[in-house]
Every structure is written in C-alpha cells, then in structure tokens.
Design a protein around this ligand. Structure first.
Ligand code: SR1
Ligand code: MG
Length: 402
C-alpha cells in the first residue's frame, strides 16, 4: 500500500517504469506536469525512443484553484476512474482507456489523447467539428440511458448510486452554480464594469425561483450517472473524433445537467464570437454554425435516447403510452434551465471560460459577458415552458436582440 502524497515528476516516471505497458526497459522517459485545470496534477510521460506515452492524473487533497484552505476528498480519483471504465464499456473509444490505478495515491494511469485538442481551444481557434453533435449525442444517450432506471436493473442502480456519492464535489457545484452567483459571495469573480448585472442577479425574484427549482433537481433527482462537468474543456476533439475526459464530478443526478453543460458552453463560445471575428459575413456564418451545433446536440441526443427506449428498456411501466414523451420533455426543459445556470456562473462566479476571458478588447469582452448573461437568464426563466429545440433557439435569439 502506498501512502498518499503528491507525486513529483521524477516519482511519476518511476511509477510508469513499474507498469507492464506501454514502456520497455530501454524506454527513455520524460515527464511534464501539464495540469491546467482547477483541481489535479496531470503528468504527461513520453518515451523519447518511441511514440509511446501515457497520462497519470493524480487528485490533490484540496482545490488547486484556491489552495489548501479548500480541502477536497480524494475519493474523486476512485470515482473518476470507475466512471471512465463504465463509460468505456458503454461507449468504447469515446473516453481514455484506463491502464492502471492506485486508489491510495488517488491516481489513474490512462491513455494519452494529445493527438486531439481540447474542444474549447479548438472552438476559440475557429475549427469546425462536423461530427461532434453525433458523437456527443451518442455518448450522452448511452451513458445516461444505461445508468438510469430505464436501462439498468433498479436494485443494481441503487448500489451503483452509493458508489458515486461525493459530497465535496457536489458542494462545489451547489455553491458555484446554484447559490453564489445570486448573492454577494467571496468567491464570485467578475469585472467592475458589469456590477449592474451582478446586482440584477442578486435581486431578481423570478430568476431566484427558477434557480431554486433547478438546485432542487440537482440535489434530489438521481436519474442517471452523470459526467457532472461536461463543458468543452472536458472534451478532446479532432474533426473526426470526440473523447470525453475529466469525469471527477460524476454523481447520480438529473440528465439535463450534462446536456445543458454541452449546450451552455457552445452558447458561451457563440456569445464570444464578435470579440474575435471582425468580418461580418464570417461572423454570421460562424454564429449560425454554433447555433446549428446546439440544435444538433439536442436532436442527436433525443433520437438516440428514444431509440434506446424502444430497444433496450428494462422498466416495465415505462412502456405506458405517453410516458416517453413526458420523460423527454422533462429532460429537455432541465437541459435548458441547467444550460442557463451554467452560462451565468461562468460570467460572475469563481471559474470562467477562456472563450470570453481571452477577448482582449475590454468593450467587446463586456459585450460578450452581457450577452452570455442575457441568454443564461432567458433560458433559466423560460425552462419550464420550452417544448422544442426551435423554441430554445428562439429564446436565445430574442435574448441577444433585446
Ligand atoms: C473549484 S473547481 C471550479 C470548477 O472547475 C471545474 O471544471 C468545475 O466546473 C468546477 O465548478
Ligand atoms: Mg475538469
């Protein structure tokens, strides 16, 4: 049994040498710590004598983004590894393969995906991903359906639910998404130029009611095993391939939380576009492409989810006429509401997105922030009335033209 301590790059190399694969005795290993997220160490180990490489991801016992004053349970490493293995079983090739793990050291050794790029970076650079909606629709439909009461034995589901309880990780989400943006809070983080917007978030009773209802769903609706943090920084892509990483926020929650995360992050990129594209024709085309992606993500998810319902349902009562439509409507409305909440938190809360923050011109950046908030608030406020993805996109376009 190894005693937990954060590894040095040299120790990461020594660990890699003890593994049966992929390195050999004559491998010449180099290691770089490349973790740029908020919570973990990520070691990239490469063999200078071959093209072989691995990733070692190790959880730290605190939130790196704030420091040791914010302790976090290391159980998230075991949870992340187990859901990666589950997702690999359900969607082979869509998550990194787990090669090895050590729960005492809170680390997982996994496939290196550095032939892909982080989707957020790719989108900021203006790359197109024509297969993304199909891929992520498939990923979400299969992982959500087959871990829910619709697609798996309901007693086994309860046992699985127990293995994915992590109060520390859930509290991060509860605080940063469903609480702090709507009050004065130390961790909030926004520019002085949008103080009026922050003040409006704190005093809008209609908004608070909807956020309270979304928060209640997050706290209590254990529908399916979620990735839990499915933003475009948790997705590696090429134009041909999509791989989902970083499921350390995995837990049993409402399906719309994952789908909403994908849509929110596409819309944040959409809101950022005038800050980086000056040619109006090119801007219009890129905006249309992003909105089409939003539409396609939902429709690809929905068609696959409905097909699984027809072919792989295990719940006897779920065949009741009308139930599938009501279920899908609920997931869709949750998707809209959670997407809105995730947009708001990325503008006024602790952790931002590079799509918006990297806009150099302060006026354009402020415009993008206000636009994101307008879309986010509109989606939150309308979520319980929306029925179709067309209506969601109309809500977006009304919010940005107001
Ligand atoms: C303290 S962690 C802040 C955020 O980073 C992660 O990606 C999650 O989105 C979390 O809310
Ligand atoms: Mg992450």
């Amino acid at each position: 049994m190894s005693q937990y301590h954060p590894l040095t790059p040299q120790e990461a190399i020594e660990l890699a040498r003890t593994l049966p694969d992929p390195f050999t005795a004559d491998s010449n290993l180099e290691c770089r710590e490349i973790g740029d997220g908020n919570l973990n160490l990520v070691f990239h180990i490469t063999d200078q004598n071959s093209d072989k490489s691995i990733i070692i991801k190790q959880a730290l016992p605190y939130a790196k983004v704030v420091g040791e004053s914010w302790p976090l349970s290391l159980v998230r490493a075991r949870i992340e590894r187990e859901i990666l293995q589950e997702e690999y079983r359900l969607c082979p090739g869509m998550v990194p393969e787990v090669y090895h793990y050590d729960d005492d050291l809170a680390l997982t050794v996994m496939e290196d995906l550095s032939d892909h790029v982080i989707m957020r970076k790719g989108l900021i650079e203006g790359t197109s991903y024509p297969l993304f909606a199909q891929h992520i629709g498939e990923f979400m439909a299969r992982t959500l359906f087959f871990t829910s009461d619709l697609g798996m034995n309901q007693q086994l589901k309860k046992e699985k639910q127990g293995r994915f309880i992590n109060p520390d990780q859930c509290k991060i989400t509860e605080d940063l998404i469903f609480d702090e943006p709507y009050r004065i809070a130390e961790k909030n983080n926004y520019e002085a130029s949008i103080e009026d917007e922050a003040e409006a978030l704190r005093t809008d009773g209609e908004l608070h009611l909807e956020v309270a209802l979304l928060r209640e769903k997050f706290l209590t609706h254990g529908e399916a095993l979620l990735h839990g943090d499915l933003h475009t920084g948790s997705i590696f892509v090429t134009p041909e391939s999509t791989k989902v990483i970083d499921p350390e926020f995995a837990y049993y929650g409402p399906m719309g939380f994952d789908i909403g995360a994908v849509i929110a992050n596409l819309l944040l990129n959409y809101a950022s576009l005038p800050g980086s594209i000056k040619d109006s024709q090119a801007l219009q085309e890129r905006e249309a492409l992003l909105l089409d992606m939003v539409r396609d993500v939902w429709t690809e998810f929905e068609s696959r989810f409905r097909a699984l319902w027809v072919n792989d349902l295990v719940d006897p009562m779920a065949k009741a006429p009308g139930y599938q439509d009501l279920y899908v409507q609920k997931v869709f409305r949750d998707t809209a509401g959670f997407a809105g909440a995730k947009m708001v938190r990325r503008i006024v809360g602790l952790a931002h997105v590079a799509d918006i923050d990297s806009i150099e011109d302060a006026t354009e950046r402020e415009r993008a922030q206000r636009k994101s908030l307008a879309i986010g608030k509109a989606l939150i406020k309308s979520n319980r009335r929306l029925n179709t993805i067309g209506e969601l996109l109309d809500t977006v376009s009304t919010a940005v033209s107001a």
